[in-house]
Design a protein around this ligand. Sequence first.
Ligand SMILES: Nc1nc2c(ncn2[C@@H]2O[C@H](COP(=O)(O)OP(=O)(O)OP(=O)(O)O)[C@@H](O)[C@H]2O)c(=O)[nH]1
Ligand SMILES: [Mg+2]
Length: 620
Amino acid sequence: MKHVILGTAGHVDHGKTALVRRLTGIDTDRLQEEKSRGISIELGFAPLILPNNISLGIVDVPGHEHFIKTMLAGAAGMDLVLFVIAADEGIMPQTREHMDILNLLGVTRGAVVITKTDLVDAEWLSLVREEIQTYLADTPFSTAEIVEVSSVTGAGIDQLLQVLMDLCASLPERSDSDRSRLAVDRIFTMPGFGTVVTGTLWSGSLSVNQKLDLHPSQKEVRIRGLQVHGEKRQVAYAGERVAVNLANIEKKNISRGDWLAEAGWLSESYRIDIQLNLLPDAPDMRHNERVHVHHGASHALARVSLLDRDVLPAGESCFAQLLLETPLTAVFGDRMVLRFYSPLSTIGGGIVLDPVAPKHKRNHAKTLELLAEKASGDTLTLLFHDIDRSPSLWTSADAELRPSLDKLVSSGQIVCLEDRLYLSSQRYCQLKEQVQTFLCAYHQQFPLRPGVPKQELLSRFCPNFDQKEFKSLIAGFEADQVLASNDAFAFLSDFHPQLPAELDTSYQDLLQCFIAGQYAPPSLDCVCSTIGLPLSSVEELLSYACYCGSLVRCEDGLIFSAETVSRAEQTLREQTQDSGFTLAQARDLWGTSRKYALALVDYFAKSRLTRRSGDIHLWL
Ligand SMILES: Nc1nc2c(ncn2[C@@H]2O[C@H](COP(=O)(O)OP(=O)(O)OP(=O)(O)O)[C@@H](O)[C@H]2O)c(=O)[nH]1
Ligand SMILES: [Mg+2]
């Protein structure tokens, strides 16, 4: 199902909120101040189901020039726009500024809506329409439908709905298989639930219990619950307006403009390379100009380092690096809007070419060449970003891509793992470092354990990987000598569990408990009280004893001394080597209970000493 974000735009008081109310029945001006001043201040949200069942999330933005920052936050995630112009006033300053912003953000699909048609006569309306058509000719909306409506009488609304259905049909679908990223635009606490954030899900999907990173603070959070327009969900999809109930975080630690993103994906940065586009009516831009940068719902101050000149004339483009005063978290291809520091006005925009850029020398041929390559969007670059954006490992059966993939591997941009599974080198190194650090700390905390259960690494560091992908990642790590592993555990290559000298006596006592217990091993409580250690320490000693082979852990958790197990086998073999045995026979020969006999018999079968034929266990 297609999920579409529909926004409003246009000058203050031109009827955006009234139009949303007419379409949805919802008044998005909720604040007391909005009602008393008669203008929108905050973003407003409402769902709209079109007659053909496509569900739209509407974002209503304020038109007043004081709230452009809020408008920018709302406009950044739009798929479609209702570009509103009031019939009685025509084109006004924020009509133009909003158009510039939409353009810079790449929001270029939508309908132009002439509102308040009930306030003007036919002659006036046709004059306004002409004025609008002339204005639109130089914008990406030159061929957009122009719909005349009145939110008071309802005239034109059905026609508008039809136009929206056509627009949705022509809209490319957002990909749910991209990595997940949500732009946070509201944060509140709900009694009984805790912290809730809302935002537009730009890409990927979100599911309950998923772990995410909050940027730019780099905090790890978990999704406790999800809602889309008041409806409870297990999964939310790209292009939906989502309310996310978060565990492990307080409201005060989140701000509008933060990103919730797939764990381990994004990095914030103080340096971002962009293709800078200056608006035709902006003042020329000098090198090192200080500007406001708007990205998604976030905002930062920055100096603009022009990489190949000292002045950029209005209407022109060049490569530039933003030197940010506070970090932003962007992705290749993201759009940004730049506003002048003083006086405040929108001057241009940027397309992100390197979200985590190194320091550059200016007028440096190699740097400019590289940026030109990124900006050109050639196949290699696009392929790389496809791989980089994939939430799990990337693969393709398309043989034609092989030469390009090989090129990316040999240039060090991507890594090829077993089974032709690919990921970006940056991500591979990031994972490698994270896993190494984790193993190091784990070994220190649990020196007696053989290592980390592999499944724990999977769920902790790459929850989106399937078993095959995980296996291939581990194989890559093993080849790079990051770690070693066996069936169950992963560990640093040079690690061996070691018994600290001060635990030696307790360890011997513990072994003795099991040797003495013979076919009826002691309970853990009993072991704890005999050797005088708490359960947690006893568990560690047990894990070590099993690792060394002094104790044997059977399937259902029952533990026997290795001595007992080997005696059990010997006794049984002496009597039943040729005939095989039943469970009851083994139990009687060992003189133990059914429970313990069953554990041992299962263990022999699992160790491939025996095989079963009906009730009889035959020796192999
Ligand atoms: N007669 C008439 N009045 C309208 C129409 N649409 C809106 N209005 C009135 O115009 C005023 C402004 O409408 P809003 O919908 O709040 O305008 P807005 O564009 O949302 O304003 P901001 O959000 O502050 O930019 C309100 O008093 C509305 O009742 C219309 O089609 N006909
Ligand atoms: Mg409004």
